[in-house]
Write a protein that binds this ligand. Sequence first.
Ligand code: FAD
Length: 392
Amino acid sequence: SAARIVVIGGGFGGASCARALRRIDAKLQVTLIEPNRTFTACPFSNEVIAGLREIEAQQFGYDRIGAEGVSMIAQGATKIDAQKRVVGFADGTSIGYDRLVLAPGIDARYDALPGYDEAAAKMPHAWKAGEQTLLLRKQIEAMDDGGLVVLAVPAAPLRCPPAPYERASLIAHYLKTKKPRSKVLILDAKDNFPQQRLFENAWKELYPGMIERISLSQGGRVTSVEPATNTMITDFGNYTAQVANVIPPQKAGRIAEIAGAADKTGWCPIDPVTFASKLVPDIHVIGDACIGGGIPKSASAANAQGKACADAVASLIAGKPPAIPKLVGACYNTVAPDYAFSLSGVYQPKDDMFAEVEGGGTSPVEAPREVRKREADEAQSWYKTITVDTFG
Ligand code: FAD
């Protein structure tokens, strides 16, 4: 009988994988488990926070994926028995599989940030797009001119390493237009970040005096929070904000831990050729949840991994050796509506991880504004392409 492949998580990784499996071999029985009937994408959600875009532009349904022959289960998976190869749900039902692909994205490590849990509503992270994206936007819109917006940024690894700085830029864009006496403060648990010089130059040029950043060595790491007073605590001092965007330390989505696929770091070690878990049999892990080594956690990477994993799983089922994947990732950072720059990379398995190989590149540090404008347009086309490729 036909091989049964179950994919958990209908985001950039899982949806891409499910579609690719059906396209590789229409005989495969592919099921996609995802509790939300509408997916809300993170890329470009910083524009929603800054009032430059509406949340509807972030939303995608699963109808086209269903029409391609992928069976959809609109529930969250709550249990995995890797020995019996069964996924269970809260209502007591279950589904068996021959191979399982986990693509659950991230969850917050609440234990790593004392004070932060239910508080999320007061100090939204908006690191999963949706309600919190809109909440953060409302808080910024409701803030008085002269208010302080603080972003707390966790140490690596995190989902989309440059996105906190993109967010700070776009919030500054909103404030400059609507509340020019306001400021943005970044409390950072890192010393360096991707495309740092490009960001810092853009801040000087577009938002002089509006964005301040305190790095790890300057005492920027937030060690706990007090939601009642909107205060973030570091080893060097306390910061009280009118709006606090606390991005907590992260780990693989909870179901990965339940499956036994996450190690003590909270992330999932894999064989980079097949994405097979190193901890549990017949389970593959893709997207933000896996330990990708040199490949940053991005929608672009998750989409590429989803397709490469589909190839590997189809080969393994057919008893053929899997091909060595070559993943291409691109990331655009938009700092104003007509000003963006980008980073691209090519990655291949090396020493049991993904390592960057030749072929990538970054926007130049010095460039005329037309170049930044062109990249802002390219960012829009990138979004269109990747969302059509993932959701149909
Ligand atoms: P997701 O896309 O989050 O999908 C995971 C899915 O799994 C979710 O739909 C969830 O509901 C589901 N799920 C979880 N648990 C279960 C369960 N138990 N049962 C069933 N389903 C479950 N990347 C870029 O490439 N470019 C960008 O410009 C960019 N900008 C970003 C901006 C921001 C502000 C943020 C936060 C991220 C950005 N990213 C960007 C990163 C990108 O969003 C993620 O890397 C990407 O979504 C990862 O894909 P994924 O499939 O691993 O997880």
